[in-house]
Design a protein around this ligand. Structure first.
Ligand SMILES: [Zn+2]
Ligand SMILES: [Zn+2]
Length: 137
């Protein structure tokens, strides 16, 4: 049993590491991938701890979580307003470059009476790699 102070330090060290891993990648990983990365630095970390910290970080609004096609959650350390495109074959998720946002909130606001503060759009399709693979078969 660790003294409380030591335990708190350990917890925030794990959380910091997970946040650092997420912010340094563009691949919108699942918990398993984050776990593999985290183990390089903290070999004793468990997958359960990774999940717990991801949940906590998401609740704190420090990361974004989203569903993937196969039921696993995916995580994103980039909190800027951006949209995603997901491959329905391999479930990878990528960011859509910001310049492709042709629409404005105005018509939606006037249709619903809402004052819109944010937007989340998900696009689905086949990524170039999966398209190439299926063309080869
Ligand atoms: Zn794909
Ligand atoms: Zn993203």
């Amino acid at each position: 049993m660790l003294p409380v102070e030591e335990k708190r330090n350990k917890n925030s060290k794990q959380k910091d590491l997970i946040l650092r891993i997420l912010r340094s990648t563009r691949r919108h990983p699942n918990a398993n991938w984050i776990y593999e990365q985290a183990r390089r630095e903290l070999p004793n970390i468990s997958l359960g701890t990774v999940y717990r910290n991801l949940d906590c970080l998401a609740r704190m609004g420090k990361i974004r979580e989203m569903a993937s096609g196969n039921g696993l959650k995916l995580y994103d350390g980039d909190l800027r307003n951006h949209d995603h495109i997901q491959c329905t074959s391999c479930s990878r998720v990528e960011d859509i470059p910001h310049l492709f946002h042709p629409f404005s909130f105005d018509p939606i606001e006037s249709a619903t009476g809402y004052q819109i503060i944010s937007r989340r759009l998900e696009f689905y399709g086949t990524c170039p790699e999966c398209a190439r693979k299926s063309a080869e078969v």
